[in-house]
Design a protein around this ligand. Structure first.
Ligand code: SF4
Length: 294
């Protein structure tokens, strides 16, 4: 059950999340719908499987069209995230221990079943979350497996944990949806509680490797919507020739009830979603830098 199907790959060792954030649940013999698991493991087998990327923590998945990349996509939401965005729509994905243990080989079998759908629609798999960078060995194994199956892959990440991705993993990515949540370090810190620098470094690395990127920026009135901040994002991403498009996404209040249900303090109660003219004004800032923007 635990032999290596692929060469050892994954973490470069540069990124070390807090151990309390990276606890993969034990395999219980019945995973998410549609995936057979291999039964229970001993503690030693569990640790070895997590380390090798054979076992990961997954929050959920869904089949989607026209979001999270081209065509019809199987979006796989990893459990675990290194950021704590004030507007996060999925705070229930923050901790790996709250996901479900899934074997990479089982997930790859499920993915393979959709291959004809992906081929007809020009789609593929999107690894999202949470943030898939929290589980680099597991992600690396899935990316390699998809590559061997001839299935298009997309990684949706903030880039905060990008240093944990090996060069092999980056080679195996067909597209990255890179969230650049602010161009000004102080605002980035205010929005995510973490530093902007790892995201910029990861974007540079993707660009150096020629990996296509779609940049995502969430417009939050009163928080990220100053001309100075939007222009700072544009100044960063316009240097990356492999950026194919920028998506300016409107902040909305759909997360509010989830935060309340989880007993967490939500600080954006008074913020209204941006109007269409505000969104278009933000997009025009990117377009002024000759970036294809939606
Ligand atoms: S990176 Fe995404 S999942 Fe993580 S806290 Fe921010 S919005 Fe939520």
């Amino acid at each position: 059950m635990l032999e290596q199907a692929f060469p050892s790959e994954g973490s470069t060792g540069e990124y070390r999340p807090d151990p309390s954030e990276v606890e993969v649940p034990r395999l219980m013999g019945a995973g998410l719908a549609g995936v057979e698991t291999a039964g229970e493991m001993t503690r030693e087998e569990h640790i070895a499987a997590v380390h090798a990327g054979e076992l990961g923590s997954v929050h959920s998945w869904e089949l989607v069209t026209a979001v999270d990349g081209p065509g019809t996509r199987l979006s796989v939401f990893f459990a675990g995230c290194g950021l704590r965005c004030v507007y996060c729509h999925n705070p229930d994905t923050w901790k790996m221990k709250d996901g479900t243990a899934v074997l990479a080989e089982d997930l790859l079998k499920k993915i393979a079943r959709y291959k004809s759908v992906f081929e007809v629609t020009g789609g593929g798999v999107t690894f999202s979350g949470g943030d898939p960078s929290m589980q680099p060995a597991f992600l690396g194994r899935l990316l390699r497996g998809c590559k061997e199956l001839g299935i298009h892959t997309c990684v949706d990440t903030s880039g905060f944990g990008g240093a944990s991705f090996s060069d092999q993993m980056i080679d195996d990515m067909d597209l990255v949806l890179l969230d650049v949540k602010s161009g000004i370090p102080e605002i980035y810190q205010q929005v995510t509680k973490k530093s902007l620098e790892p995201t910029v470094r990861f974007g540079e690395r993707l660009n150096d490797s020629g990996i296509p990127m779609w940049i995502r920026f969430v417009l939050i009135p009163g928080v990220t919507d100053s001309l100075e901040n939007i222009d700072a994002v544009a100044q960063i991403v316009k240097k990356w020739g492999s950026v194919h498009r920028v998506e300016v996404l409107p902040f909305h209040q759909m997360a509010r009830d989830k935060w309340r249900a989880l007993g967490m303090e939500y600080t954006l109660d008074a913020v209204e979603p941006p109007s269409k003219p505000m969104l278009e004004a933000a997009r025009s800032v990117f377009r002024a830098h000759r970036l294809d923007t939606y």
